[in-house]
Design a protein around this ligand. Sequence first.
Ligand code: EPZ
Length: 470
Amino acid sequence: YMEDRIINTSNGLPDTNSSQTADSSVLKVWGGRTIDGHVTISGAKNSALVLMAGALLCSGHCRICNVPSLADVSRMGEVLSALGMRLERNGNIIDIDASEITTSKAPYELVTQLRASFFAIGPLLARLGEAQMPLPGGCAIGARPVDLHVRGLQAMGAEVQIEHGICNARVPDGSGRLKGAKIYLDLPSVGATETLMMAATLADGETVIENAAQEPEVVDLANFCISMGAQIQGAGTSKIVIQGVAQLHSTDYNVIPDRIEAGTFLIAGAITRSELVLSPVMPEHLMPVIAKLGEIGVPVIEEGSNCLRIKPAEVLKATDINTMPHPGFPTDMQAPFMSLLALAEGDSIINEKVFENRLRHASELNRLGADIRVKGNSAFIKGVSAFSGAPVEGTDLRAAAAMVVAGLAASGETTIRGLNYLDRGYDRLDLKLQQLGAKIERVEDTEADALNLGAENSATPSNGSASVSG
Ligand code: EPZ
């Protein structure tokens, strides 16, 4: 699937999951069967993307290992190449040389396609004293504002004007360096914590971030920066203290395993009443998900330091979920978990407390026979005994994953559209499920072509999906 050695193309990393094929293909799942075996978990998407931006802080060569093969990683590579960085991918290793940053202006069309490219603003300001970053814009799950990023950078001395959709940030002449500052985040934003922590590594003086996000990916970024010589204490707690240094040196760093991919496979096992082994994982990163699976009667056992075994449950019991910042239940696991609760015995409630529009998969699950009512940011789920296959659509990255795991449990055939979302966030999910014995394949979207053909002859618009990643 990944050639051993892919030579760097002119526009950054080769696109191994080109969204073109994803847009025109669908997944077909024939469910109602168990799966079994061992699945290898890839590196964490939400760590790899920010580490790639963090490599901008280093005025030399960085090697990042265990990088997942995702469309979003390829896109981040394009953004960083456009800024003058040299990148080379070799399997799941990315070599980045940021000694020459040729511009502080990120390309508009690339940033609006990949929200995570906004992470470059902190490192660009820290390295060059200026950055022109297009605003990342909203996406399917919410408005996704960046006000906390901007206010924190202003507290560190940056002047920021937003005009024509571009965030123009600069350090006032003379000083040339950001200043350490005491920053309180109104809410524990993952992205804002990461932007400000990166900017602070090269600032003049001490920065304290209060009410910081505690996600494992924040800790991974801190450890990456520390491996380049940054001085950071408290990552993983709500108070992070950073002493600025003059510059950061090269490093060779391994991305942590993806806790959301691992959680998604746990749901795939639970929903098909299967026994699966997952590795590598960091069990402490999955504590909220493992605890909730235990509550509904699904045993998950730690085997050794980086391996989990999930065993089938006789009955899935209903429970309630509130998504919260870490160490609360992760919002990225909410959609796949809804698929599972839709098949539990009894009534469950899911309150989505992180994003304002992240329950759209409920109506798609109802097409499969679920009985879910959404009011505001709460989903009221009446467990049903079975799903029956139907055509469904993934409305965002994790909703698409929820459709896949639901299809594994549905009798008959389920067709899943929205692979442009799925391929941004999951590293060969269909192949890994096939290797576990699932009957799932990626096929050209003939129905959609037929629909589009129909559309060409009628006024109805085609169902082109403009997708922005999480
Ligand atoms: C990161 O997004 C992840 N993305 C998301 O994963 C994840 O869902 C989210 O953290 C929460 O865990 C990456 O790491 C690339 P936030 P981020 O800032 O940083 C509000 C996936 O599916 N907010 O913690 O954007 C915001 O609107 C994706 O892999 C502000 O109001 O999340 C949201 O309601 C989806 N102002 C809440 O905070 C700000 O300046 C949490 O957002 C920033 C955020």
